[in-house]
Design a protein around this ligand. Sequence first.
Ligand SMILES: NC(=O)c1ccc[n+]([C@@H]2O[C@H](COP(=O)([O-])OP(=O)(O)OC[C@H]3O[C@@H](n4cnc5c(N)ncnc54)[C@H](OP(=O)(O)O)[C@@H]3O)[C@@H](O)[C@H]2O)c1
Length: 338
Amino acid sequence: MTLPETSRFPFAADLRICRILNGMWQVSGAHGAIDPARAVAAMDAYHDAGFTTWDLADHYGPAEDLIGSFRRQFGRRHGALRLPEIQAFTKWVPSPGMMTRPVVEAAIGVSLRRMGVDRLDLLQFHWWDYQDRRYLDALRHLADLRDAGKIRHLALTNFDTERLAIIIEAGIPIVSNQVQYSLVDRRPAAKMAAFCSGHAVTLLTYGTLLGGLLSEKYLGCPEPGRAELPTASLQKYKQMIDAWGGWALFQELLAALKRVADKHGVSIANAGTRYILDRPAVAGVIIGARLGVAEHIADNTRVFDLALDAEDHAAIEQVLAKSRDLMRVIGDCGDEYR
Ligand SMILES: NC(=O)c1ccc[n+]([C@@H]2O[C@H](COP(=O)([O-])OP(=O)(O)OC[C@H]3O[C@@H](n4cnc5c(N)ncnc54)[C@H](OP(=O)(O)O)[C@@H]3O)[C@@H](O)[C@H]2O)c1
């Protein structure tokens, strides 16, 4: 491993993770074609560099199968004893319906088989409709499966603060909530982070690099139309920028970040990642990886040596102060899905 010790986070008593997680939505097909053999070879490079923690989901195309292939190959090369070096966090995003024990158990069984594991390191649960309170049934069964050893830790994704409180109140052991969190989308700072800090829940964040928009590549660029944004992520976060304050303000943010980045000899992406890693309750930032197509391993490694100072924060805040309040425009974390 080449990453410093500061890259590690005690996510749970029995689970240390890399604070930059490799995001696998990028293999789903919505970000261009992925060649499975090249993708698995690329996973080796991430792991060898110290990026040992993966974020995936049941519905990210072949993501769970790629983890299975990667683990098999890794086990053959290095021996089964080293397999715990890999942490793979999946999600279950069920369609609305009955949440009986057999339904829940069958879904978890599919992920276990695809990933080639006896126990999921982390299962992050998503739910579409809060009016349908069967999310509590599903979570109780998931907690039982955790107790039965099929899941190591139970987590959520895209739940708002109100429902997270209901779930915690119901005694369901939740370790983390995965939410969108970036310099543009700072909704978690409004309520979610404080609640999490008070209840031993951490945040895993996505959209932190805005699909790649938060980089030198888009600094000074004219506003791109949808057709000029080739991945689902770029399209998703361009909409977020529009809601937040628009392209001209985003250019101001990129320019401010560029000055900060130059001062520290890092990239705009590094500054944006570090800013979110330093927020209360944040355990890790997920950075999407187009496996076998593009990689930023060396650049993202620099995040762990970067410390933003008061002057940097003041320069960033000056721009952010001009943006709209997305809590008002959209609502709390995850409300854009509902
Ligand atoms: N729970 C949910 O609802 C949810 C939703 C969305 C995402 N996620 C998770 O979060 C992960 C991240 O996905 P995201 O859509 O939010 O994308 P993102 O991480 O904001 O952006 C990923 C893209 O940023 C670019 N990038 C990465 N490092 C860079 C660097 N150092 N410098 C410049 N550009 C860099 C790459 O673009 P190129 O490939 O073009 O080089 C990469 O594809 C997903 O894979 C998934 O695991 C979860």
